[in-house]
Ligand binder design. Structure first.
Ligand SMILES: C[S@@+](CC[C@H](N)C(=O)[O-])C[C@H]1O[C@@H](n2cnc3c(N)ncnc32)[C@H](O)[C@@H]1O
Length: 347
C-alpha cells in the first residue's frame, strides 16, 4: 500500500513569515514531499528561485516529481543541511530572501516501510535519514553501554525512566526491530490510557542520536544567517521542545547586541545583532488545521529577519555615499536603505 502523502504544516503562515515575493530567492532546507516548496514557488513567481535540500534521497525523488512544473526555477540537492553554506557557495545561490527549516520527519518517512522511525509497525531498527550513513538505531541499541543509552534517552527523549529503560534494553539485547524495542520500553513504563505511546520518547531520542539532529540544526542555523540578504527571513518549524528551545535561544541570542553575562560592567563580547525577531511568540496551527492534520499539533513556527548591524550598515552606506550618483542626487538614509533593498532584490 502507498504511504499517504505528507500534508505540509502552517503553509500560509510560512509564506507570510518568509515574506515571499515575486522574483525572490529561497532555500527549503527540508524539502520532504515538496509541499512548502511548491507554495513558495507559486508565490515567488514570476522569476522566483528555490534551492531544495533533503538528506533523504527518496524525498528528493518525490519532490522533484511534485515540482516538475517549476523545473526551470528549482535546484534540488540530496545533502544534509549541516552543509548549507557549502551547498550555496557551490551553486552560487546567495544571498537569499528566505530560508525555511521544517524539521523532523515527513509522513512518507514515518509511514514508509522499512525505515524504522515508527513504533507502530514492524521494521528493522534503522532510523537513518540518509541510507548511506553507517550508524543505525540498531547499532546504538545493541552496542552502546547502559550509561550511554540512559544518557541519550534522558537528554534527547526527556524521558524520566531513562535509566530503567536502558537497563532493560541491555538485558533484552539483541533487539532486532521496532516492535521488539517498543515492547521492551512498554514493559518498563506500562501503558496509561489516553497518553502518548510509552516508546515515543525513546524513539525520538534514538532518531536524534542516529542523525545528530540537534548538532546539525545548531550548525545550520549559524550558516543560514550569513546567507540571508538584507531583510531576508529565517523561518523554523519545530515539533518538539528540544528543537524549539534551541531555535528560540539561537534567535534570541542573535537578536542582541551584547551577550555578556548579566552584571558585566562594560561589554567585552563584541557581539552584534544579526537578526530581528519578527514575532516574539511562536506561531502554532489553528484548531481547524489540527483537526484536518492531527500530526501538526505540536508544530511551532519562529521567524526572524536579517538585519545589517551598525558596522555593516555604515560600510554599505559609506560605499554608497562615496559614489558620485549619491552625492549628485543628495540621497539621504531612507533613500539609501531603499536602494539597498533594491540592490539586494536585483542580486
Ligand atoms: C517535516 S519534513 C518536511 C516536509 C516539507 N516541508 C513538505 O512540505 O513536504 C522534514 C524533512 O526534512 C528532512 N531532514 C531532516 N533533517 C535533515 C537534515 N539535517 N538535512 C537535510 N534534510 C533533513 C527529512 O528527511 C524530511 O524529509
Amino acid at each position: 500500500m502507498l504511504a499517504p502523502a505528507h500534508i505540509p504544516v502552517l503553509v500560509e503562515e510560512t509564506i507570510q513569515a518568509l515574506a515571499v515575493q515575486p522574483g525572490g530567492r529561497y532555500i527549503d532546507c527540508t524539502l520532504g514531499g515538496g509541499g512548502h516548496a511548491a507554495a513558495i514557488l507559486e508565490r515567488s513567481s514570476p522569476g522566483g528561485q528555490l534551492l531544495g535540500i533533503d538528506a533523504d534521497p527518496e524525498a528528493i525523488r518525490i519532490a522533484s516529481e511534485k515540482l516538475e512544473a517549476y523545473s526551470s526555477s528549482v535546484l534540488l540537492t540530496n545533502d544534509n543541511f549541516v552543509n548549507l553554506q557549502a551547498i550555496c557557495y557551490k551553486h552560487d545561490f546567495l544571498p537569499v530572501h528566505g530560508i525555511l527549516f521544517d524539521l523532523g520527519l515527513s509522513s512518507l518517512q514515518l509511514n514508509g516501510n522499512g525505515r524504522g522511525f515508527s513504533f507502530q509497525r514492524e521494521a528493522p531498527l534503522d532510523m537513518r535519514l540518509n541510507p548511506d550513513q553507517t550508524l543505525t538505531a540498531a547499532d546504538i541499541v545493541n552496542t552502546y553501554s547502559e550509561t550511554a543509552l540512559a544518557h541519550i534517552i534522558k537528554e534527547y527523549g526527556e524521558e524520566g525512566y531513562s535509566r530503567r529503560i536502558a537497563r532493560r534494553i541491555v538485558q533484552e539485547r539483541p533487539i532486532e526491530n521496532t516492535l521488539q524495542l517498543a515492547r521492551t520500553v512498554e514493559r518498563v513504563i506500562g501503558r496509561s490510557r489516553g497518553k502518548i505511546h510509552p516508546a515515543t520518547r525513546t524513539f525520538q531520542a534514538l532518531r536524534i542520536e542516529v542523525n545528530q539532529e540537534l548538532e546539525h540544526l545548531k550548525l545550520a542555523l549559524g550558516q543560514a544567517v550569513n546567507l540571508l540578504g538584507f531583510e531576508g527571513r529565517l523561518v523554523v518549524i519545530s515539533y518538539h521542545s528540544l528543537e524549539d528551545r534551541l531555535v528560540k535561544r539561537f534567535m534570541k541570542r542573535e537578536s542582541k547586541d551584547c551577550i555578556c553575562p548579566p552584571g558585566t560592567p562594560t561589554c567585552i563580547c563584541g557581539h552584534t545583532a544579526s537578526l530581528r525577531l519578527i514575532r516574539k511568540r511562536v506561531i502554532t496551527p489553528s484548531p481547524e488545521e489540527i483537526q484536518t492534520n492531527p500530526r501538526c499539533r505540536s508544530a511551532r513556527l519562529r521567524v526572524a529577519e536579517r538585519i545589517i548591524n551598525q558596522d555593516e550598515h555604515y560600510r554599505i552606506v559609506e560605499r554608497l555615499c562615496s559614489s558620485a550618483e549619491v552625492r549628485a542626487n543628495g540621497w539621504r538614509r531612507p533613500t539609501l536603505l531603499k536602494k539597498l533593498r533594491q540592490a539586494f532584490l536585483a542580486a
